[in-house]
Design a protein around this ligand. Sequence first.
Ligand code: ASP
Length: 332
Amino acid sequence: MTVQTNRSKKDAPTRLVIHGGAGAMVRGKLTPEREFAFTQLLAQSLTAGHAILTAGGSSIDAVIAAIVVMEDSPLLNAGKGAVFTHTGINELDASIMDGATRMAGAVAAVSTIRNPIRAAHAVMKKSKHVMLIGQGAEAFAAEQGLEIVDPSYFFTQFRWNQLQKAITEDRVLRDHDADPAEPLPGKDKKHGTVGAVALDRYGNLAAGTSTGGYTNKQFGRVGDTPIIGAGTYADNHSIAVSATGSGEMFIRAAAAFNAAAQVRFQQLPIAEAADNTLSEIAAIGGDGGLILLDAKGNYAMRFNTSGMYRGTIGSDGVAHIGLFSGEEVPLT
Ligand code: ASP
């Protein structure tokens, strides 16, 4: 087997790009307090991943560190902030991929693993498999010494209220939705999910994604997030990608691999590859966003929704963050 690693490179510029979901976020609709809270959370996630990269750590470890910060926050739809299924439980999905070796790991429909991204990584490193689901994944995570929590750990009142509203209106909702007190938007246009792509100083790429899925989803439903090639993909020959959006359509469009294949085989610029993929998804009724990064440090954060929580930080250590459409702004 030939494995493309670039371990001879030692001081290549590093980069981390993250997202906290795409959706119908509109400037002015978010209270200043919530806008501040989301910005702070994205900054913390970037800082955690960047610290690993500057210390000479791997892109995989940077991706995990960035995602764990977002999973541990109740603000985003992953880990602690996960949305509820129709039956009132939290079923979490996550995946991770190493661009140097194309090794990958994923978990789906887990309810007791505090940090599903760590479990996905354990599947990649410690099992013979790529994906474990449900109780099998939970037993494996426990064996690996990962933190197991009571399912009630994932309860938040905000998400519970979202579920009650969704049940009343018979809707299956993506995240970043209107406040439960407000009327729901005309279309199911909000996405949650968190993700990260990173390039380490050895020139290796990695990608990871983690989610609670959709509010009021059928129990047992799995979206694109834990599917390698749909929600997550990384290959040093092309790019690292993490997705958020209408999971069913992202699966049908093989979204993450679709974008990577355009870069690898058509030599398209990454932003163009992302836009083409999002157009294909729009053509089958979906929407969302993609973050993408190549082994030279070129990156893109593209979405066809009104906003996407996103940020990036390079070797210079200056974080740029965006919530709505328009340019990302440097954090001062
Ligand atoms: N893509 C995720 C899923 O289908 C949802 C999202 O990004 O909000 O589970």
